[in-house]
Design a binder for this molecule. Structure first.
Ligand SMILES: Cc1cc2nc3c(=O)[nH]c(=O)nc-3n(C[C@H](O)[C@H](O)[C@H](O)COP(=O)(O)OP(=O)(O)OC[C@H]3O[C@@H](n4cnc5c(N)ncnc54)[C@H](O)[C@@H]3O)c2cc1C
Length: 426
C-alpha cells in the first residue's frame, strides 16, 4: 500500500462489509474495518444455535482471522456512534477515525413496531448472544417443567410461542418441535416433552409470504404434521412475562420468541439522511448517499430498488452483492478509472427449512420441497459458510444429527441460581 493512500473505512463486518473489504484487497487504499463484535456471524444458521443443533463457534469467525492475509486491511473492535460529515470522521466509543471513503454496513435490528417494552419478554435472534439466550430459555423450560409441582405450571412451561411466520419463525418452530418430539422425547421422567405446545403466530394470511402460495401451504401442513399450532391472521397485541395476548385470545407461555420485524441500524440518524419506513437509508443508483459521493450505505441498512423498481430484500446475497459492487467502484475511482454502471441486484432465490428433512426452495422457475429441498438447503448453507473447518464440522454434525435425532449443543449456560422454593412434588 502506498504511503498516504486514501483511507476507506468500513463500518460493520457482516455480509456486506466483509465483501466490500475483500473487493478492495488489491486496491491502493488503506482499509479499516470497524465492528462492535470481534466476530462475523452467519445469521442464517443462528436459529440452529438457538435450538442447540450447532455451537456458536460453528457459525461465527473472528473478523481478524478472516482478513488476516489482506495486508491493506486493519480490523478495529469499536462501537460507532456517529458521523461528522463536515470533518469526514467517524465517532466511536474510543475516539474519532477520519475517512476518505466511508462504507456503512451496520445491518438491521429487531423492530417491535413501537412496542420496545416487549423486548425483554420476546427476545429476537440477531447476535450470537441472542442465540445462546434463546437456547437457554428453551432448555430451561423443560428442566423447570420436570421440577414443577403441578400440571398447570408444566403446561405453561412447555408452551413456546414464536411470533412471525417468515423464514426465521418457520425454522425456529420446526426445530423446537423436533427438540420436543424427538431429541428430548425419552430424556425426562416426570413430564412428556412430546406434549409441548408450540405456537407459530403470523399476522398475515400465510406463512413465508415471499414464497409462492403452494410452497406456503406445504410449509403450513408440514409444520402442523410436526405438531406446531400454526395461527395465521393472528395479531399479537401484548407480550408480558407470562405469555402473549392476541386478537383471538391469551396464550400463557414461558418462552416467547420474536421473529416478526426488523428495522435498520441508526445510520440514517448519523448521516442526517432520508430513510424509508424501515429506517433504511435511501441511496442513489451507485449506493452512495445523495450529495456525498464518498459515502456509501449497503446491505440491510440501505433502501435500494432493483431494475423493476421492487425493493431489494434484506438478505445475505443482496448485502454481498452491494459490498462487492461498492468495493470495486471505490477501487476503480482510486485507480483513476471511470466509474462503473449503477448497482444491479440479481435475485438468486429463496430458501427455508422446516426441520431435519424438509425445506422449500425457489430458484427462478425451479421449486423444490421436502427431502430434496432439504438436501439443496443443506448444501447451499454449507457452501456459504466461511472456512473449510466449519464446513466439515457443520456437515458432519448435520449428518450425525440426521442419523441419531440428537442435538449436541444442549448446554444451559449463564444460569441464574434457582429461587429456593420447595413446592410439594408429585
Ligand atoms: C435470524 C436470521 C436469519 C436469517 N436468515 C437468512 C437466510 O436464511 N438467508 C439470507 O439470505 N439472509 C438471512 N438473514 C438476513 C441476513 O443475515 C442479512 O440480510 C445480512 O446479514 C445483512 O448483511 P449486512 O452486512 O447488511 O449486515 P449484518 O450481516 O447484520 O452485519 C452488520 C454488522 O455491523 C456491526 N455493527 C452494527 N452496528 C454497529 C456499530 N454501531 N458499530 C460497529 N459495528 C456495528 C454488527 O456487529 C455486524 O457485524 C437472516 C437474518 C437473521 C437475523
Amino acid at each position: 500500500m502506498a504511503q498516504g493512500a486514501p483511507r476507506v473505512v468500513i463500518v460493520g463486518a457482516g455480509f456486506g462489509g466483509l465483501e466490500a473489504a475483500k473487493a478492495l484487497a488489491r486496491a491502493s487504499v488503506e482499509v479499516i474495518v470497524i465492528d462492535r463484535h470481534n466476530h462475523h456471524t452467519f445469521q442464517p444458521l443462528l436459529y440452529q444455535v438457538a435450538t442447540a443443533a450447532l455451537s456458536p463457534a460453528d457459525v461465527a469467525w473472528p473478523i481478524r482471522h478472516i482478513l488476516r492475509s489482506q495486508r491493506n486491511a486493519t480490523v478495529l473492535m469499536e462501537d460507532v456512534v456517529g458521523v461528522d460529515l463536515g470533518r469526514k470522521c467517524l465517532r466511536t466509543n474510543v475516539g474519532e477515525i477520519a475517512y476518505d471513503y466511508l462504507i456503512i454496513a451496520t445491518g438491521a435490528m429487531h423492530s417491535y413496531f413501537g412496542h420496545d417494552d416487549w423486548a425483554p419478554f420476546a427476545p429476537g435472534l440477531k447476535r450470537i448472544e441472542d442465540g445462546t439466550r434463546i437456547r437457554r430459555s428453551i432448555l430451561i423450560a423443560f428442566e423447570r417443567a420436570e421440577a414443577a409441582a403441578d400440571r398447570a405450571t408444566q403446561n405453561k412451561l412447555l408452551t413456546f410461542v414464536i411470533i412471525g411466520g417468515g423464514a426465521t419463525g418457520v425454522e425456529m418452530a420446526g426445530a423446537i418441535a423436533e427438540i420436543a418430539r424427538q431429541t428430548l422425547a425419552t430424556d425426562f421422567r416426570r413430564i412428556d416433552p412430546t406434549s409441548a405446545h408450540i405456537v407459530l403466530i403470523e399476522a398475515g394470511p400465510r406463512l413465508l409470504p415471499t414464497f409462492p402460495p403452494e410452497l406456503s401451504d406445504y410449509v403450513r401442513s408440514t409444520l402442523m404434521n410436526a405438531g406446531v399450532d400454526v395461527k395465521t391472521d393472528t395479531m399479537v397485541t401484548k407480550c408480558d412475562s407470562a405469555g402473549v395476548d392476541t386478537n383471538s385470545g391469551r396464550i400463557d407461555a414461558s418462552t416467547v420468541i420474536w421473529a416478526a420485524g426488523v428495522t435498520a441500524s441508526p445510520a440514517a440518524r448519523w448521516l442526517g439522511a432520508e430513510a424509508d419506513r424501515a429506517g433504511r437509508v435511501k441511496v442513489g443508483p451507485d449506493l452512495s448517499l445523495p450529495g456525498h459521493p464518498d459515502i456509501f450505505v449497503i446491505g440491510d441498512t440501505a433502501s435500494v430498488t432493483d431494475a423493476k423498481g421492487r425493493p431489494v430484500p434484506g438478505i445475505a446475497p443482496a448485502a454481498k452483492q452491494m459490498g462487492k459492487y461498492v468495493g470495486k467502484l471505490i477501487a476503480a475511482r482510486v485507480a483513476g478509472r471511470k466509474d462503473g454502471k449503477a448497482f444491479r441486484y440479481m435475485h438468486l432465490g429463496d430458501l427455508a427449512t422446516i426441520g431435519r428433512r424438509a425445506a422449500v426452495v425457489k430458484f427462478g422457475r425451479l421449486q423444490l420441497r421436502g427431502f430434496l429441498g432439504w438436501v439443496f438447503w443443506s448444501v447451499a448453507h454449507i457452501y456459504f459458510l466461511i472456512g473449510l473447518r466449519n464446513r466439515f464440522i457443520v456437515a458432519f454434525i448435520w449428518f450425525w444429527d440426521y442419523l441419531t435425532f440428537q442435538r449436541g449443543a444442549r448446554l444451559i449456560t449463564n444460569t441464574e441460581p434457582q429461587p429456593p422454593t420447595a413446592p410439594p412434588r408429585p
